[in-house]
Ligand binder design. Structure first.
Ligand SMILES: Cc1cc2nc3c(=O)[nH]c(=O)nc-3n(C[C@H](O)[C@H](O)[C@H](O)COP(=O)(O)OP(=O)(O)OC[C@H]3O[C@@H](n4cnc5c(N)ncnc54)[C@H](O)[C@@H]3O)c2cc1C
Ligand code: SF4
Ligand code: SF4
Length: 426
């Protein structure tokens, strides 16, 4: 028997019972390892290189499943498409029968040598590994999947009650603050959760458009307190990630909506990117562009608590990046927040005549404050925005920790285990 015959892999699988078919993982996977039919989303074991890029954006956690399997007996795409539930983990005895001599792997998968992320030094750094999949211990209970493919209620209809532009007028960027009202139908949400928007019509192959996710930008008691509504921050996509002109289906549909229009919504989604609720808990928010949406929600909830005399202290620190001041959503309202309430740090990377500054540069400048916050078990970190920022931000956290004499690997393990570092990049 040769080595290939006894090699055991941790096979990456999607839980068909929880998956809400939002397509986020398929759109995220850089190597096209994820595919779907009308029943299931599945991972091709021959293509998946365990880069972990799909793990943090999945709103349900259904993507984060692994089974030890002999490489040559890995579940095929056809098998997975037929599943109603994930298969049980093989026992060591069953595995030994299938692959005599193989050693059972009991740890989370490491990046294999074949992965583009493998290598030494900075090349080997995989920021996605550090993101928590559990919420802070004091987070409120999040309701999820009340509407969607796996629910008795397929969609909920919302009415647009507001649609205003929140970036200054410019040709390349156009970001809208959109308010959706659910009238008398309960739709409970928390800061940090997202919803899915189902655009009308079909795609080029005649299939209904899949839903796109948008982070909720308002606090749990509504964009307007006491109303059954919420807000979103949506950037009109007019270029793909390579800069080629495109017209994004859902973002353009949403940005063009008028007050009174109806929208089909699924969700809410997300049970880990949630804010702590215990007294004197600190929140560090690091974002770019529309990644500010969940940060606005958390900040506004704390601002409302403070106004009502129910704020129990705790620091709020924001690192917010955009290409220019004009492209930064909510620039004006941010300036009005009291300095003793939130510590705001803005980074602009394309201000004419100024050196490029990114959020990670500001984080390094504030290393002393961040090191103290990293060391405190009451501090929670949230990273949201462009995929390209994630690695730089986590590397900056690592450098801050190491310069302060903290062991990054021990700290990072705790951040993940205790729901203290949340990554949501797209
Ligand atoms: C958890 C989560 C939360 C999200 N929250 C927000 C949010 O709060 N606000 C928001 O605006 N978006 C958010 N997004 C992104 C959003 O779901 C859509 O992907 C985005 O609006 C593009 O959808 P579209 O239908 O307009 O473009 P599509 O028609 O799906 O795509 C058109 C083309 O544009 C590319 N593309 C997709 N998104 C982008 C992008 N952002 N920049 C450049 N090119 C892109 C695609 O690769 C494709 O080539 C979130 C995504 C996730 C996973
Ligand atoms: S781990 Fe990476 S390669 Fe594998 S399915 Fe997810 S995004 Fe694709
Ligand atoms: S719920 Fe998760 S696994 Fe299912 S399609 Fe969405 S991202 Fe993929």
């Amino acid at each position: 028997m040769n080595m290939a015959e006894i090699q055991v892999i941790k096979q990456h699988l999607i839980d068909p019972e929880i998956c809400i078919r939002c397509n986020t993982c398929e759109a995220t996977c850089p190597v096209g390892a994820i595919t779907h039919d009308s029943r299931n989303y599945v991972v091709d074991a021959d293509k998946c290189n365990l880069c972990m890029a799909c793990i943090s954006p999945c709103p349900t956690g259904s993507i984060d499943n692994w089974r030890a399997m002999p490489k040559l007996r890995a579940y095929s795409i056809e098998e997975q498409l037929g599943w109603d539930a994930l298969p049980e983990e093989l026992t060591p005895e069953q595995l030994a029968d299938l692959a005599p001599g193989a050693e059972m792997q009991t740890v989370a998968p490491e990046i294999p040598a074949t992965s583009p992320l493998a290598g030494t030094g900075e090349d080997a750094f995989n920021s996605a590994r550090y993101g928590a999949t559990v919420p802070p211990w004091s987070a409120a209970h999040a309701y999820t999947n009340l509407y969607g493919a796996k629910s008795a209620h397929k969609t909920i209809t919302a009415t647009v009650t507001g649609n205003v532009r929140v970036t200054e007028v410019g040709r390349e960027y156009d970001t809208h603050h959109i308010v959706l009202d659910f009238d008398a139908t309960p739709f409970p949400v928390l800061e940090g959760q997202s919803i899915g928007i189902v655009p009308p019509g079909t795609d080029s192959s005649g299939r209904p458009h899949h839903a796109r996710q948008y982070s909720i930008a308002s606090p749990r008691n509504g964009e307007r307190p006491g109303y059954n509504n919420l807000s979103l921050t949506i950037k009109r996509v007019l270029q793909d990630h390579a800069g080629k002109p495109v017209r994004g289906v859902a973002s353009n549909y949403m940005c063009d909506l008028k007050v009174g229009d109806k929208v089909e919504v699924i969700g809410p989604f997300g049970a880990s990117f949630l804010m702590p609720n215990h007294p004197r808990s600190n929140i560090v928010m690091i974002c770019t562009g529309t990644g500010s949406a969940p940060m606005r929600a958390m900040t506004e909830w704390r601002r409302r608590l403070r106004k009502a005399g129910k704020f129990d202290g705790g620091k709020l620190m924001l690192f917010f990046g955009a290409r220019t001041r004009e492209e930064l959503p909510y620039f004006g309202p941010l300036q009005n927040l009291p300095k003793d309430f939130i510590d705001i740090n803005l980074a602009f990377s394309r201000t004419p005549g100024q050196p490029k500054r990114y959020v990670q540069d500001l984080m390094r400048e504030r290393a002393a404050d961040l090191a103290a916050l990293l060391a405190s078990p009451d501090t929670y970190f949230y990273v949201c925005g462009l995929k390209s920022m994630e690695e730089g931000v986590v590397l900056a956290l690592r450098d801050v920790a190491q310069q302060a004499g903290l062991s990054w690997e021990a700290l990072a393990e705790g951040l993940k285990r205790d729901g203290r570092l949340h990554l949501e990049t797209y």
